[in-house]
Design a protein around this ligand. Structure first.
Ligand SMILES: [Zn+2]
Ligand SMILES: [Zn+2]
Length: 858
């Protein structure tokens, strides 16, 4: 056996295994007969670096992947990269000091791809160092034609079955990014604005209307009052004149109008907010769009044309105040929709866009068929499904995204959607292979691209072999993801799998928490609470980081990063290493008949296996890791090893071999149980013990050995002997004159005599114990107050009396003491009797335990 260092050298061990592991053992086998376990791994945005939050989430996935592999499943732990999207475009714009329109489309896309490729390389490195068992034979990159061809196929199929359509419809629009965005990309924040009270003129008299957006006056298409608001009933059905712009709009009644807000009259514009959209649709109002794609006012705004929304607001407010149209202003707290990426306030514009139909009921039904861990997270999806007001807008006016495979006929305007067999393609670079219905071959390519969620929402399908494999492996088994993307990734994936294949995407969805900084806030560079995984690799190694992830909490809860937890994890690894180092020269893997203490340990080991298996099946990584730590530290190191040291160091015998093989079994089992959590130290230990990799082993099975009550009793006797010596101030290895253990369990003595360093006898009957009074202790506090100056003499006399005689008088209620010829009666509590325990005539101490009595000779 090779030399084992005293200190666990994590960086040496981890680097060694990172460089020598064969990752092909983690490949999914498409031909295998084993049950499949496909994980729909999140494809991260490859921008920046792999951070501690990523590390935590990927640890969770890795625990499951490794565990399921050990449980005999054909596991796929694929890794994708969700490349497209605004974050990368914005980064490229920043790095190159350009905007997307200042360079040719192809050049801009190339810059995005380059940035993405570089990030993927960095992520690969961090993931490898973290010891993740990723199946790199199932890697996908959404910006590559092999993947976006699948996205385009999904578009074509959903268009053909009527689930994708193109229409003029209000959409959320970011004027800075110059693109439509989905509801899921709108964030809300409170801002203080001004509520302006304006006068509108009607034949029935003046109508006073309060608005926070006077610049939308040219977009006003109606005003509305509540039908129950008697103040305004005379206006209903009439018209009113929009000031400044001088045109008539109808006065509607609608029960949704809040009579207590402003004056109780609202102006409906196309579009100020989502409520405007609802009214616009319900009352079939005309469209007067006053804001363009860049967030500037257009021709409809007359003198205000070309001004930004903010400038137009200031100018029109000023003008209306001059003309006394605005007669009152007050501050207003308002919830404003912002672009998730750049925080610019969004506008609602009516745009011709591509949409995916949302069937909320169908999505909720599919969500019911999925096992949600933890279960309460399902509510978030249901609430979101109920709150989405219109279909999913999937077209984006950007560049770095999957091209929409569509052209429009220049002659007749017909939409030409690509045939599946033409894909992948960019309509800006390829023409359709057929003519239009009208005979023309002159097509205008679609310049819009797809929402990046269109790529990632087919991730489950893609890894399961869609659309090409005949044996599509749907549904997949597990979707691990954060709770922050339930309304996007989870929602869209369920929608798309339902639309394309009519089934649920996964059996189980596992929601993980977020990693928080040491200050309890979400980790961010600006808060300076940001830790990179590489820092932890450097100081304590990847295994320690992985243990922190496991110990940190149960699924769904956020976890605070704490260096002290990382240190605790390191300490446990050092403890395990010390056990291993101690055991290595002493153990062997032999068949031996276990002794009582061995059967106690093997029984405990069985219980550990049972407990950890149940916890792993429920994704309770914290429970699993705590159970393993407790067993290794207390049961194995503090108790078992101390008990069997004498056998291990002793001459060869069946008992010695039993201890050797039991300890071997315990260590080997711990290495397997820990392999999903700490792949490095587990491998080092297991490989040294067996010459094989722990990562191709099976999860330990129980051996059916119950905890031996005799072994348990011996463990408890050993503990009470340790306490006994400590109380007497004796060194733990100092011998005792003799020990007899009495128990009907028929206890073996060799481990006890080893641990107590004394001769031990074991008997099944007895003990016969006799109590003998050996001394009298007079009690001054009783005698003093009562007998004053006589008490000194009483004490002296009491002390000289026969203890057995005093004991029998005490039992009768009074003790007669002879002082200077006079008999004095003292109360029984005036004397305490010191007893001695005797067994077979010898003085002993008695240790009473539940299953045994121990006599220690004095
Ligand atoms: Zn934006
Ligand atoms: Zn045509």
């Amino acid at each position: 056996m090779s030399e084992v260092s005293k200190e666990y050298n994590f960086s040496y061990v981890e680097e060694k295994w990172v460089n020598s592991w064969d990752s092909s053992i983690y490949h999914f086998d498409w031909e295998s007969k084993k049950p499949q376990y496909i994980i729909d791994t999140p494809p991260p945005y490859p921008t920046g670096n792999f951070h501690i939050g990523n590390a935590l989430n990927w640890c969770y996935i890795d625990y499951v992947a490794r565990y399921k592999r050990m449980q005999g499943y054909n596991v796929m732990f694929p890794q994708g990269w969700d490349c497209h999207g605004l974050p990368t475009e914005v980064k490229v714009e920043e790095l190159n000091h350009i905007t997307k329109n200042q360079v040719p489309r192809e050049e801009f896309r190339r810059l995005c791809e380059k940035l993405t490729d570089e990030a993927i390389v960095r992520f690969h490195k961090s993931m490898g160092r973290l010891g993740l068992s990723i199946d790199w034979s199932n890697e996908y990159v959404t910006m590559k034609p092999e993947y976006y061809g699948k996205t385009q196929t999904s578009f074509v199929r959903m268009y053909e079955n009527g689930q994708i359509y193109r229409d003029d419809h209000p959409v959320n629009w970011c004027p800075r990014c110059g693109t439509a965005i989905a509801f899921a990309e709108v964030e809300y924040d409170t801002r203080t604005t001004t509520l302006n009270y304006m006068r509108f003129v009607s034949e029935e008299g003046e109508m006073q209307i309060a608005t926070s957006r006077p610049e939308l006056l040219p977009a006003c298409v109606a005003v509305a009052v509540n039908p129950n608001d008697e103040r305004y009933s005379k206006f209903i059905g009439k018209t009113v004149r929009v000031p400044i712009f001088n045109y008539e709009v109808p006065v509607l009644s609608d029960p949704v109008v809040d009579t207590s807000f402003g004056t109780g009259i609202v102006m409906i514009c196309t579009f100020g907010d989502r409520q405007d959209v609802r009214w616009w649709m319900e009352h079939h109002l005309p469209l007067r769009q006053a804001i363009d794609r860049e967030g500037k006012l257009n021709a409809i705004a007359g003198p205000y044309q070309g001004l930004s929304v903010t400038d137009a607001k200031n100018k029109i407010t000023e003008d209306m105040k001059k003309e006394s149209i605005i007669f009152k202003q007050e501050p207003l707290e308002q919830n404003v929709g912002l672009c998730w990426r750049c925080k610019t306030p969004i506008e609602i514009l009516s745009e011709r866009q591509w949409f995916v139909k949302i069937n909320a009921e169908e999505i909720k039904k599919a969500a019911d068929e999925i096992n949600w861990v933890p279960p309460h997270m399902q509510v978030r999806l249901k609430n979101w499904a109920d709150s989405v007001e219109w279909d999913w807008c999937i077209s984006r006016q950007r560049i770095f995204a999957t091209p929409i495979p569509v052209w429009y006929c220049r002659a007749c305007g017909e939409v030409m959607v690509a045939k599946e067999e033409w894909l992948p393609l960019d309509p800006n670079q390829k023409q359709p292979l057929v003519k239009c219905k009208c005979g023309s071959s002159d097509f205008i390519p679609e310049k819009d691209v797809l929402d990046t969620w269109m790529d990632s929402s087919i991730s489950a399908l893609a890894v399961a072999g869609w659309p090409n494999r005949k044996d599509l492996r749907m549904p997949t088994q597990l979707r691990p993801q954060g709770h922050d993307i339930i309304r996007t990734w989870a929602f869209y994936t369920i929608l798309r799998t339902q639309s394309l294949e009519g089934m649920r995407p996964w059996d189980t969805i596992l929601i993980n928490g977020m990693a928080l900084g040491e200050d309890g806030h979400k980790m961010s560079k600006s808060l300076n609470n940001f830790i990179r995984p590489e820092e932890v690799f450097e100081v304590n190694g990847a295994d320690a980081l992985r243990q922190w992830g496991a110990m940190g909490g149960s699924p769904g809860n956020d976890i605070m990063f704490q260096w002290k937890e990382i240190t605790a994890a390191s300490r446990f690894q050092q403890k395990l290493w010390s056990i291993f180092r101690f055991a290595l020269p002493l153990i062997v893997d032999v068949d031996a008949s276990p002794c009582q203490v061995d059967r106690w340990l093997l029984g405990e080991l069985d219980q550990l296996i049972e407990k950890t298996t149940q916890a792993m099946d429920a994704f309770q990584f914290d429970e699993t890791m705590k159970a393993i730590r407790g067993f290794a530290w207390e049961t194995l190191a503090d108790n078992y090893i101390e008990l069997v040291k004498a056998r291990l160091y002793g001459p060869d015998s069946p008992e010695k071999r039993a201890a050797q093989s039991t300890l071997f079994k315990a260590l080997e089992t711990i290495a397997r149980l820990m392999a999903p959590f700490t792949p490095f130290i587990s491998e080092e230990i297991f490989h040294t013990l067996t010459g094989k990799s722990v990562h191709v082993q099976s999860w330990p099975k129980t051996s059916g050995i119950a905890v031996d009550p005799a072994g348990l009793a011996i463990k408890e006797i050993a503990a009470s002997l340790r306490r006994y010596k400590a109380e007497l101030g004796m060194a733990l290895n100092s011998p005792l004159p003799g020990i007899v253990v009495y128990s009907d369990l028929g206890l073996e003595t060799f481990d006890l005599s080893g641990v107590a360093n004394s001769n031990v006898e074991s008997r099944t009957t007895g003990p016969e114990i006799e109590m003998k009074p050996v001394a009298v202790k007079p009690q001054m506090k009783i005698l003093g107050p009562r007998f004053k100056d006589k008490s000194g003499k009483i004490i002296k006399a009491l002390g000289g009396m026969n203890p057995a005689d005093v004991a029998s008088q005490k039992a009768k209620g009074s003790i007669a003491v002879l002082v200077d010829g006079e008999t004095i009666e003292v109360p029984p509590e005036a004397a305490e009797i010191v007893m001695e325990t005797l067994s077979a005539g010898l003085a002993v101490d008695v240790l009473r335990l539940e299953k045994a009595t121990v006599l220690v000779r004095r």
